[in-house]
Design a protein around this ligand. Structure first.
Ligand code: B16
Ligand code: MG
Length: 210
C-alpha cells in the first residue's frame, strides 16, 4: 500500500446500516401513504438525509413545505436512532477489523468519510469510538457526495494531501466524490464496477493487496 492515508465510507463499507435506514424510511413512507421499496432504497446509498427524503417524495402527489419535510426527516431519524441501538460490536466483521488493524500496522493513517450525521453513534455501537485517526461526517459538511467535501475534510484532518489518500466506497456517488477531490479510490459492491474506480475489491481484505 503506497498510500499514507485510507479514508473509509461507513454504511456499506465498514458496517451495514442500510437495513435500519430502510425500516425507518419505510415506516415514514407508509405513514404518509407513499410507495417505497428496496429498489428505491438502493438509490439512497451515500445520499444525505434530506436528499434521500426528496427521492422518496418523488412518488408523492402532495407537495411538502420545508417545515413539513424537516418534521418527516426528524421522525425518520428518531426511529433510525432507536434501531441503531440494536447494533453491537458483533456487527463489526472480523475481516473488516483485522484488515484495518493490518493497515495501521503498516503505518497507514485511517479516517472515516461518511455522509451520516449519526456516524459517531454508529462507531460507538461498533466499539470503534476512538479507533480512527480522524472522523469526517455529515456534521462537518454542507455538501453531500458526489461533492468531495467530506473526503477533503478527512484528508485535512489527517494533515495529508488527497493524492496520498485512498478512498474506500460502496456508492457510485462516493467514487464520483473521490474523483472530484483528486483521490484514488477503491470500490466495493456496486462501486466496484464504476468505470473510473482505481481498484475493484471483491472482499474488504483485498485492500491488503493494493
Ligand atoms: P444520516 P455513508 C450514508 O452513509 C447512508 O449511506 C445514506 O443512506 C444516508 O442517507 C446518509 O448516510 C445520511 O445518514 O441520516 O444518518 O445522517 O454511506 O456515507 O456512510
Ligand atoms: Mg456507503
Amino acid at each position: 500500500m503506497n498510500y499514507k492515508g485510507v479514508i473509509f465510507d461507513l454504511d456499506g463499507v465498514i458496517c451495514f446500516t442500510d437495513k435500519y435506514h430502510y425500516q425507518a424510511w419505510k415506516k415514514m413512507a407508509d405513514d404518509i401513504g407513499v410507495y417505497f421499496d428496496e429498489k428505491i432504497n438502493n438509490r439512497l446509498r451515500g445520499v444525505s438525509r434530506m436528499a434521500s427524503l426528496d427521492i422518496i417524495l418523488e412518488r408523492s402527489e402532495k407537495l411538502y413545505t420545508q417545515v413539513e419535510k424537516d418534521i418527516l426527516a426528524d421522525q425518520k431519524n428518531e426511529l433510525y436512532k432507536k434501531l441503531l441501538h440494536q447494533m453491537t460490536p458483533a456487527d463489526l466483521s472480523d475481516e473488516v477489523k483485522s484488515t484495518m488493524d493490518e493497515l495501521k500496522n503498516r503505518g497507514c493513517r485511517l479516517a472515516l468519510g461518511s455522509s451520516s450525521k449519526n456516524a459517531k453513534l454508529i462507531l460507538e455501537r461498533l466499539g470503534l469510538g476512538e479507533y480512527f485517526d480522524a472522523v469526517s461526517d455529515g456534521t462537518n459538511i454542507t455538501h453531500s457526495k458526489p461533492n468531495p467535501e467530506v473526503f477533503l475534510k478527512a484528508a485535512e484532518f489527517l494533515d495529508l494531501d488527497p493524492k496520498d489518500c485512498l478512498v474506500v466506497e460502496d456508492a457510485i456517488a462516493g467514487i464520483d466524490a473521490a474523483l472530484a477531490g483528486g483521490f484514488h479510490s477503491a470500490g466495493i459492491g456496486e462501486a466496484a464496477v464504476h468505470e473510473k474506480v482505481d481498484y475493484s475489491l471483491h472482499t474488504f481484505a483485498d485492500l491488503l493487496s493494493i
